[in-house]
Every structure is written in C-alpha cells, then in structure tokens.
Design a protein around this ligand. Structure first.
Ligand code: TRP
Length: 490
C-alpha cells in the first residue's frame, strides 16, 4: 500500500537562511583541512584552477539538480525520490538514491565526528598554551600522542556527536536555522580576522603567490581526479544533504513591501558555491603564509592542520590567541556540516512517525557507535588493516570515493534523463532559456562523464597494484604523513 507523506519539518524563514544553511553544510573540514593540504601536495595555483573548473562544470549543475529535486519533493530524500519517480511515471526504485544517500551520510557522519573532535581537543589545548614554543618533533609527537589516547578521543567524539545531533533534535527552525544563524557569521568573522593576521606576517606574499601562481606544468591526470573528488565533497553533493535542505526552501518569499517573489534556485546555488570557494581559498590564505613564515614544508599532507600549523602558531607573536581562534573556526565549520549529514536520515524517521528527539537520538547513537570504530583505528585497531587500510580508511573510502560519486551520478541521470523535463523546468523557473539549456547539457552529459571518470579511477586505485591502493588510503589517513621538515627560519 502506498502512503502519502506530508512535509512536516517546517521551512527556512528566508532565502538567506537557506543559503547560510547550505553553505554551512558545504563549508567544513573539506575546506579548511583538506583543500589546503591537497593544494599543497598538488603544487598550488594550477590545482586551484582545475578545482574551480570542476566546481563550475560539475559541482554547480549537480547542486542545482539536488536543490531542484528537493524543493519539488518537499520531503526527506528517500520520500522525495519515490514521490518524484511516481510523478514521472518511472519505477519507485529511484528512491534508492535516497537510501544510498542516507546511508552515505550516516557513514560520513561517523568518521567526520571522529576527525572533527580532534579540532575540539586542539581548541582546548591551544587555549592552554600547549603549542607555545613547541618544536617540529614535539608537535608531531603531540599529535601522535593524542591519536594514541582512545579515551580522550572517545570523549571528544561523544561530545561532538552530542552537539551535532542536539541541533538536529531541535528541528529545522529551532535547531538548524538557529545554529547556522550564529555559526556562519562567527565563521566568516574568524576567517577574516585570521587572514588579517596572516597578512601581517613576512610570508604573506609567498603564501599568496603559492595559491595563485598558475604553473600548469605541475598538473597530472591524478590532480584532475583529486580536484573532481574535492569539488564533490566540499559542496556536500551526492548524498541528499543539499536535497534535504532544498526541501525546506520556499518557492516564494514575501519581500519588505509584502509582494511575493520567486526564490531562484540557480542564484542561490551560485552564491553557495562562491561562498564555499571563498572559504577554501581564505583558509589557504590564512594558513600558507604562516607556514612560509615559519619556513615549514607545505606539501606534507593531512598532518598540515594538526602538526605544522600548531608549530607555526607556537612560533609567532599572538599565536596563542590566533591559534585558538583558528581551531574554534574549524569546529564551527565542522559542526554546521555534520548537522547536514545527520538531517536526511533523521527527517526520514520523522516522516515515518518518530518525534524529532528520538529520531535524532537513534541516528546519533548509531553513527556514534560506528564512529568508535574510526576512533579506535588510530590506536587500538591501528594494525588491523583490510581492503584499503584501517577501519577508518575503509569507511572513508567507501563513502566518499564510492557512494558519493555513485549517488551524484544517479542524481544527475534522474534530473537530466529520467524526470519529466517540464517538471524540472517548472521547478527551476529560470528566466534565461539559454542558461537553462546550458544547465541541461551539463547535467545530462558533462557531469555524469566527470563522475564516471572519478568513479572508475577510485575503484581502479583499489583494485590495481598495491601501492596505488596504499596511495588512495593515505589520502585520508592523517597518521601516514611524514614529519614536518623544519627548515631554517628566516
Ligand atoms: N562539505 C563538507 C566539507 O567540506 C562535508 C559534508 C557535509 C559532506 N555534508 C556532506 C560531504 C554531504 C558529502 C556529502 O567538509
């Protein structure tokens, strides 16, 4: 028997709240932790150009598709997809996109919380002056000691999951909306302060040069794939997070004079993508100058934020205050992202009749439990490797390199090929027809092709030679980085 589900979650108060919430989802560890270190690894400016191309040609079209599907369905991704499939008279199995997404969100949430909680620990430590005057060797040892302390990590993981699901439990208006209204302005203000601080250091010009000098000779095929994957992850695409947020987006909003105005999906999405990109570049601007000032290595991988950066802060005047603020920024960014990872599944449970509180509790407890596996991957289970690496490596790889691209591909195919064109066109309500045609071409051909390339590469890197697999694993494995090279301070 078919059951009709009604939208029960409430709506964002304004267009800006939707933009803030989706930007909150997009801006996270991907921008502040991952973007700077992969840019460092792949040589700077040229990689940045590639990344921008991926955002424009694949990220934005898929994000438009997700928001469009979400707003048309008005429900959690699972129910939205089955409703839209029915409207387009195709099999309800397309709801699989929703199930796949909820599952990937759940897997990502589990390890995202484990990593974000390191930043939580670092806020506390930075404020206590732990990093003042620290040496490179000490900074690395300190990071490794933290990873070797299961109880400390478990405590932080528990706290982070509690604040995340606490917000989800409060609902769209009282929880999500209130949280992003506070977190996002704080995040932007902190970023501006930190960039200002970086601009007073002697390495600023070198840092800027590194980010924006386009040396195309450094580009490789692998860089293209990494840029593609990053564009996906940083915009929160492929799992229905943005679809769920789109479901709470009104079609019309009253302006000050009381007239209703349509809310344009495309202009919102472009704003979100621009803000997300600005934060990623801003994080680079705030970090690279400090590394250059300290004479530190920029291309040494995932440990950049947790090993090299504390070292840089420890050496400079004002490092105690600004170092603490930096990790507060990371926590704010990760918090608003993790909320969007838990929301689709919680919303689905709510539509099936649970109250918000218990729904958030169920999702949070389950993700917490799975996250314990990730926490233990850095200490007790460190030696237990299978498939692509530790438990953490496997969950990370499966969700971000396999399930997200697959979800994104299916979303693009559904929006571009399966759904009735009139439905998509009506929901998008784009004023410019040529622009609509461009979107349609991108979502039908270019984005799926890009995703397939990404997907084939991901799988190939596991199935191919051992060292290729190790490389893909090391990408997400912060313990496998080399020691920061301390060069002569200038
Ligand atoms: N975009 C976030 C970041 O850059 C992570 C994230 C949140 C995410 N929700 C997502 C990634 C959904 C993929 C899918 O850190």
């Amino acid at each position: 028997m078919k059951k009709e589900y009604k939208p029960v979650h409430g709506m964002w108060t304004s267009r800006w709240v939707f933009i803030l919430a989706a930007t909150g989802s997009a801006v996270g560890l991907g921008n502040i932790w991952r973007f700077p270190y992969i840019t460092g690894e792949y040589g700077g400016g040229a990689f940045v150009v590639l990344y921008l191309l991926c955002i424009a040609l694949m990220g934005i079209p898929i994000m438009v598709a997700e928001v469009m599907l979400g707003r048309r369905g008005g429900l959690s991704p699972i129910h939205t997809m089955s409703k839209l499939a029915e409207q387009s008279k195709v099999t309800r199995r397309w709801a699989g996109i929703g199930y796949l997404g909820a599952l990937s969100g759940f897997l990502i949430l589990s390890f995202y919380s484990a990593v974000a909680s390191w930043a939580l620990i670092y806020v506390w430590e930075a404020a206590q002056g732990v990093f003042q005057g620290i040496t490179a060797v000490q900074s690395k040892a300190h990071y490794e000691d933290m990873l070797a302390s299961p109880w400390l990590l478990l405590g932080a993981h528990t706290l982070f999951m509690a604040i995340t699901m606490g917000v989800v439990a409060l609902g769209v208006k009282q929880g999500l909306e209130r949280a992003v209204r506070v977190l996002m302005p704080v995040l932007f203000a902190l970023l501006v302060v930190l960039i200002g601080y970086a601009s007073t250091t002697p390495g600023f010009a070198e840092g800027v040069g590194f980010l924006f000098a386009f040396d195309f000779s450094k580009l490789s095929g692998e860089a293209v794939i990494v840029a593609l994957g990053q564009a996906f992850f940083t915009l929160s695409l492929g799992m229905g997070a943005i679809m769920a947020y789109g479901a709470y987006m009104p079609r019309e909003i009253k302006d000050k004079s009381g007239r209703s105005r349509p809310v344009s999906i495309v202009s919102c999405v472009v704003t979100i993508a621009v803000l997300d990109t600005l934060v990623a570049l801003g994080a680079g601007l705030a970090m690279f100058p400090l590394l250059f000032t300290g004479g530190l290595e920029v291309g040494q991988g995932p440990g950049m934020m947790f090993v090299t950066l504390p070292l840089a802060f420890g050496q400079m005047p004002g490092g105690l205050l600004f170092g603490t603020l930096f990790f507060v920024l990371v926590v704010c960014a990760a918090w608003s992202s993790s909320i969007s990872l838990g929301e689709p599944m919680a919303a689905w449970l709510v539509e099936r009749g649970l109250r918000r509180g218990p729904a958030a509790l169920v999702v949070g407890l389950a993700a917490w439990l799975l996250g314990v596996g990730s926490v233990l991957s850095f200490n007790v289970w460190k030696e237990h490797e299978f498939l692509v690496g530790t438990f953490f490596d496997n969950i990370e790889f499966l969700s971000t390199s396999v399930m997200l691209p697959l979800g994104g591909l299916l979303i693009a195919i559904f929006a571009g090929w399966v759904m009735k064109e009139t439905h998509a066109r009506k929901e998008l309500a784009m004023k410019s027809f040529p622009l609509y045609l461009i979107w349609r071409a991108l979502v039908r051909v270019v984005s799926p092709a890009a995703v397939v390339a990404l997907f084939v590469y991901s799988l190939w890197s596991v199935l191919a030679a051992d060292d290729a697999a190790a490389e893909a694993g090391a990408d997400g494995d912060p313990v496998e980085q080399t020691a920061p090279v301390e060069q002569e301070a200038r």
